[in-house]
Design a protein around this ligand. Sequence first.
Ligand SMILES: Nc1ncnc2c1ncn2[C@@H]1O[C@H](COP(=O)(O)OP(=O)(O)OP(=O)(O)O)[C@@H](O)[C@H]1O
Length: 264
Amino acid sequence: MTAHDRSLSDRPLFQVQNLSKYYGARIGCADVSFDLYPGEVLGIVGESGSGKSTLLSCLAGHMAPDTGRVIFDTALGPRDTVTMGEAERRRMGRTDWAFVHQNPRDGLRMGVSAGGNVGERLMAIGARHYGDIRDKSIDWLGRVEIAADRIDDRPRAFSGGMQQRLQIARNLVTGPRLVFMDEPTGGLDVSVQARLLDLLRGLVREMGLSAIIVTHDLAVVRLLADRLMVMKGGHVVEQGLTDQVLDDPQHAYTQLLVSSVLQV
Ligand SMILES: Nc1ncnc2c1ncn2[C@@H]1O[C@H](COP(=O)(O)OP(=O)(O)OP(=O)(O)O)[C@@H](O)[C@H]1O
């Protein structure tokens, strides 16, 4: 679904209002506002130091913003995740939300088997039947193109691309409603990136996932994001539908970003 075919009855899954985070006098990100609707993918792009990681950390509840509201449409209705209790936020992090790190080592348990990495997420939300957990883990390994006979291998025996695919399986197996991704294809070879992007695009569409993806790679947002937010110096300088922003950038910085990529 895109912003175009959203029905009027839909309400935002995620609302961010006037969010700011400072490190002393230095701006991390300032006055960021946007709505994300069910099934929408938002890309956040900008040069190094523009505030993308700070913003993502505040959105995902890893860091407390100084000001602003981050409202998620929970099963009990919209709740401000900034002011909710730590226990409730953690529970949401295991159920409704998922976070895919740039470095798979930050999102996987390296000493636990591939099957264990996926299965323990199911156990964390109450699954108890060993056969079901194993079957579902094998199914998810297959969906991220990891052969079933690798189920007992530890992630350190996997290539970087396989580790990243395993991290994606671990995060999606519980059927989250919102996935945060921090440079999901960063640090991988170009050919591996392309394959991972294809896989991600398939999963996002098939599951109707809502996602917020931080990247400095415009190819990633072109392929995955319905909407795009461009950051510079901690501020959002432009946002809109991805194709519109990339094909007809209005802000001088976005024009530079797009033209510098085209020249490569
Ligand atoms: N822990 C910190 N302490 C002080 N300043 C910080 C800290 N983390 C980030 N900053 C500053 O906040 C601003 C935004 O940084 P941030 O890491 O969010 O940008 P980014 O767009 O994610 O960059 P990159 O693409 O390099 O990860 C920068 O000026 C940075 O120096």
